[in-house]
Unconditional design. Structure first.
Length: 300
């Protein structure tokens, strides 16, 4: 059994070696691997598409991880691509405490999220208000993301989004903030492009609802213990979310404040794609950049 799954991007007649994902990562993150892999490619490319085997046969998206086989697949975009920034989103993300416009951002996010980390439930004093697309990118950049990319859940693009908008923010513990900053974790919203909450690995929190936002461990945590994780999954009601996250669980976010607009699906998809590309990209970016330039694909 191959250790890595190779994903090739089929773009304008070229087949570009694009992602190389350890099979163990797929097992940690997906119940239905092909559905999740298609979503990952959509999140990176900003274009819906399909996966095929090397001989051109479309994959069966209803195959679960007990029957998942093969080590190479091809993604065929069905739309014009609007790629995430190929260098990801590791730009410096400054404190939200000391610029006039950002005081409102901070207040709005805390009011919506409920004075506690949406993942670990740590108290506000141990948390940061975090920009999903970093503050240093600026208003023009996030405006371009919203204008150029569509959402995987077919929701309407949000209007008048700026960098210090609560739809680009979330309250996180300092530890989770650091991991998000370095692309070790990312938020995934379900339902999304061909992907329901039942199709991914997740540690459920809160009541049943229509939409979920889950923190995914893209990089396997240092203390990952699948045996402990299996035990914790049987004790969901009594296990603290911080303990589940530390064991490597992909924990649902809970927004327990006074209500308000949740993070935009477009922004979540974009940030997930940027982190996923940096985590699993195969080779350098030259082939992608060359194809994008020649065919006027957009790289944000």
């Amino acid at each position: 059994m191959a250790d890595n799954i190779e994903i090739f991007l089929c773009l304008h007649g070229a087949q570009i070696s694009f992602l190389s994902i350890p099979r163990s990562d797929i097992d940690r993150l997906a119940v239905y691997p092909f559905r999740w892999l298609r979503y990952v490619m959509f999140a990176i490319c900003g274009a819906r598409g399909d996966l095929s085997t090397p001989n051109g046969i479309l994959v069966d998206y209803d195959v679960d991880n007990t029957k998942f086989a093969g080590n190479a697949f091809y993604y065929w975009p069905l739309e014009y691509c609007v790629f995430t920034g190929h260098q990801g989103l590791p730009n410096k993300s400054l404190s939200t405490n000391w610029r006039a416009r950002r005081h409102k951002f901070r207040d709005d996010v805390i009011r919506r999220d409920g004075h506690a980390c949406v993942v670990t439930n740590d108290a506000e004093r141990h948390c940061d208000v975090v920009h999903l697309i970093p503050w240093s990118k600026g208003d023009k950049y996030i405006e371009r993301v919203i204008q150029c990319r569509s959402s995987g859940d077919d929701s309407s693009p949000p209007l008048d989004v700026w960098i210090d908008d609560m739809r680009n923010g979330v309250l996180l513990s300092k530890t989770v903030h650091s991991r998000l900053h370095f692309g070790e974790v990312a938020f995934i919203k379900t339902p999304n492009y061909g992907l329901g909450p039942e199709h991914i690995k997740r540690f459920q929190r809160g009541d049943l609802r229509q939409d979920y936002i889950t923190l995914h461990w893209l990089k396997e945590p240092e203390d990952y213990d699948p045996t402990m994780l299996t035990t914790l999954q049987t004790q969901i009601g009594s296990v603290k979310p911080g303990a589940a996250l530390a064991a490597g669980a992909n924990v649902d976010a809970l927004f327990q404040g006074e209500g308000g607009s949740l993070p935009s699906t477009i922004i979540l998809d974009y940030a997930y794609g940027a982190a996923a590309y940096q985590t699993w990209k195969s080779g350098d970016d030259s082939a992608l950049m060359k194809q994008s330039a020649e065919h006027q694909e957009i790289v944000l």
